[in-house]
Design a protein around this ligand. Structure first.
Ligand code: ADP
Ligand code: MG
Length: 394
């Protein structure tokens, strides 16, 4: 995979436009509750500044109505936090697409935050005139937002086609290096774990993934759909009945590749205080909810993971937020950490589980992205990355 990297370009005296992912969670008062993404974006910004660029940074935040500024989706809190992290004032610029006085005044060593890119009409539809207007602001476009790379929007894809130079920032470059290493020529066996609650989006990715891997571990609502496909009972568990046929097709096409759980930890209600009941799948009752995999299933997965050369992990195999149903995810996490494999994990809740079980430093690479991560695993072309590659060929 060939693309230009910010670290390889001479940025001195140049205008640099960085599309970052600063989409942080906020509480009702607008206060930032987790600044991980802002902190993660600092190295790219600082690198460009330290090497004498004039830096503009933008991101989306929340889901504003396009064409309309709103206080609730303003990046003002992000500008303040970024300023604290950089140790300097970071002015926030509104209505920035056409340039103007702020742009004329921008000089080497300056940094500004450009207000929520989704305030601009046409951002999500990747409007060409908008993308050209953005591209006209800069000498170098930097994509450092892997989490949105699967979406073709004006700040992720269009601008990359029209800016004089387009390159990957350090986060995107690291992400692509790690994913390529895991998937281009993986050390085998390659085992993927796909679990969690986003059943339909994830299940539809599985067929393409199953073709690439040597073993596919399913968990959570995805596993429940596979149990249904095998004719088993899941009571009132999370599943996608519409995709039972798809699950069946995967089992038939790849016999032996996809182990389906044989036992489960069930509950009568979805709550932290629910009483856990260990059951073989054939004993699951109509009013049961499967909230975790059981010890026989765990043992099987552990033996698969122990032999793996490469492991990619997206999605907790149980409701790990409730201690009584965290055992399966904890065991899987520890088996991944203990394996000698090259290991890569991604997804918001997956990362939360990794942190909860304290294994972050024993995972080879932790991806910040969820959707983009899965689409890359599936072998889909990520439009924002394709745009960078096209510019490196030209
Ligand atoms: P990620 O954010 O890592 O991509 P998802 O968002 O798809 O993962 O799913 C994470 C959620 O899935 C967790 O909150 C977890 O509680 C839930 N989950 C896992 N197993 C089950 C299950 N059997 N039933 C209901 N929810 C589950
Ligand atoms: Mg999630």
């Amino acid at each position: 995979m060939a693309f230009f990297r910010l670290s390889d370009l001479d940025v001195r005296g140049k205008r640099v436009f960085i599309r970052a992912d600063l989409n942080v969670p906020q509480d009702d008062s607008g206060a930032i509750t987790d600044d991980t993404r802002i902190r993660a974006s600092v190295p790219g910004i600082r690198d460009a500044l330290d090497r004498g660029a004039a830096v503009m940074v933008t991101s989306h935040l929340g889901r504003p109505t396009e064409g309309q500024w709103s206080e609730a989706d303003s990046m003002a809190p992000v500008a303040r936090r970024l300023g604290e992290l950089l140790g300097r004032d970071v002015p926030l610029v509104r209505d920035w697409v056409g340039g103007g006085a702020w742009h004329a005044a921008l000089k080497a060593g300056d940094v500004v935050l450009l207000e929520n890119c989704r305030f601009n009409k046409g951002e999500k539809k990747n409007d060409e005139a908008l993308a050209r207007g953005m591209a006209a602001l800069t000498d170098i476009y930097v994509n450092d937002a892997f989490g949105t790379a699967h979406r073709a929007e004006a700040t992720t894809e269009g601008i990359a086609r029209f800016a004089p130079v387009a390159c990957a920032g350090p986060l995107v470059a690291a992400e692509l290096d790690a994913l390529t290493r895991a998937l281009a020529q993986p050390k085998r066996p390659l085992i993927a774990i796909v679990a969690g609650s986003k059943v339909s989006t994830k299940l539809t990715a599985l067929r393409a993934l199953a073709a690439k891997v040597d073993g596919l571990i399913v968990g959570g609502g995805i596993a429940n759909t596979f149990i249904l496909a095998e004719g088993g009972h899941i009571g009132k568990s999370l599943a996608e009945p519409d995709l039972v046929g798809e699950a069946r097709a995967i089992l038939d096409t790849y016999p032996g590749k996809v182990p389906v759980p044989v036992d489960a930890v069930c509950a009568k209600e979805f709550s932290a205080t629910a009483r856990p009941e260990l059951k073989a799948i054939e004993n699951v009752e109509p009013d049961d909810m499967i909230l975790d995999i059981g010890p026989h299933s765990v043992a099987l997965l552990k033996s698969m993971l122990a032999q793996a050369g490469t492991i990619v992990w997206n999605g907790p195999v149980g409701v790990f937020e409730f201690d009584a149903f965290a055992g399966g995810t904890k065991a899987v996490a520890e088996a991944i950490a203990a394996s000698g494999a090259y290991t890569i994990a991604g997804g918001g809740d997956t990362v939360a589980a990794i942190n909860k079980f304290g294994i972050a430093d024993r995972i080879s690479y932790i991806s910040t992205a969820g959707g983009a991560f899965l689409e890359f695993l599936e072998g889909k072309t990520l439009p924002a990355i394709a745009a960078l590659e096209a510019r490196a060929e030209a």
